[in-house]
Write a protein that binds this ligand. Sequence first.
Ligand code: ATP
Ligand code: MG
Length: 398
Amino acid sequence: MSTQPVKQGATLGVLGGGQLARMWSHAAQSLGYRTAVLDPDPDSPAGLVSHTHIQTAYLDPHGLAQMASVCAAVSTEFENVPADALAQLQQQLPVAPGPEAVRVAQDRALEKAHFVRCGVPVAPHQVIQHAAELSQVPEDLLPGILKTTRLGYDGKGQVRVNTRGELAAGLTQLQNGDPGVVCILEKRLPLAAECSVVLARSADGQTVHLPLQTNVHRDGILAVTEVYDGALSPETTALALRCAYDIARQLNYVGVLCVEFFLLQDGALRQTLGPLVVNEIAPRPHNSGHHSIDSCDLSQFELQVRCMAGLPLTMPRLHSPCVMLNLLGDLWLRQGDTPVEPDWAQLLALPGVHLHLYGKTLAKRGRKMGHLTVTAADMAQARQVALQAAALLGIAPW
Ligand code: ATP
Ligand code: MG
């Protein structure tokens, strides 16, 4: 990457036009840049707010050529954009994160191998591709979760398996006739909680991070994130940060990276593995970091822009404890199959509510339509208001 920051007025680009790219575009534009989005969907949330929207497939040579000619630097907003598209762009302009890091994050087997290389704790696991390998699976990986190594998100591409019979059936189900689909069996761990670290690393290795987020998932989808000082013990916090920094450094990572962790319940596994294990990484801003727009003096999206543009990084400071609630399409479909817009005015009458809608026109169950962040002077207040907001929307308490 060049040592001179990208000049204001230049165009920064992103592969993928979903909500992450949309919030990234807002941050880039507020720092004085133009934005370009490559996404085949004419109504993509980020395409709607960017100066340039290139509507082609991610590997389309014309689309990539146009991206390279317009942009001063390029990033990606989701890991399932082919790493090859990034590799092609990297021959012509700075790309952050780089294709090699994205390649690792795209594949649970490569990802786990990287974690093991870094010496960070992970769930006991085994990669499985052929039914013939099933007899070699150790008994103590069951009950487990069988996951495809590629293209899973929001809990898709996963099955819970309790017995060897279910494991065999799970492999058949996930492969769905395609023997090229590789799976990984992870031991199902007794979770006390989940948390994540969002960090940002510059081309010269300077690294900063958001305060640790604690996360509640429902049906494999992030539902609630809470952020406040003292959420985890200083020892656990330090361990999570050390793991996250090691993972990023050993990937030569540039850009925003999220590292997801499981916190283990007391018991034998915690005795052997320690208080936490790394689950997975996302090579981009992450849903659990959305709160930073409203709760921190530097958001994950601005951090991504600064990394790409070669601008300085400073340590983000949490100025308000907060709760983030995801707004899934289900909230639009509470009265049947015809979507009804929730009553936002009623919600915005509550103090410290920050509403973010992603401009998606079609509400579907499980689809991320927006989020809201509740900030307050202290965590008790933030939680109280967030619970009120959840009750108004029909989101179950956590
Ligand atoms: P996303 O990319 O949206 O974070 P994903 O589809 O990649 O999700 P994971 O993060 O692997 O999937 O798993 C989703 C959720 O399932 C986790 O957040 C956790 O709640 C649960 N889970 C996954 N693996 C395990 C495990 N080994 N033991 C216990 N729970 C697990
Ligand atoms: Mg996950």
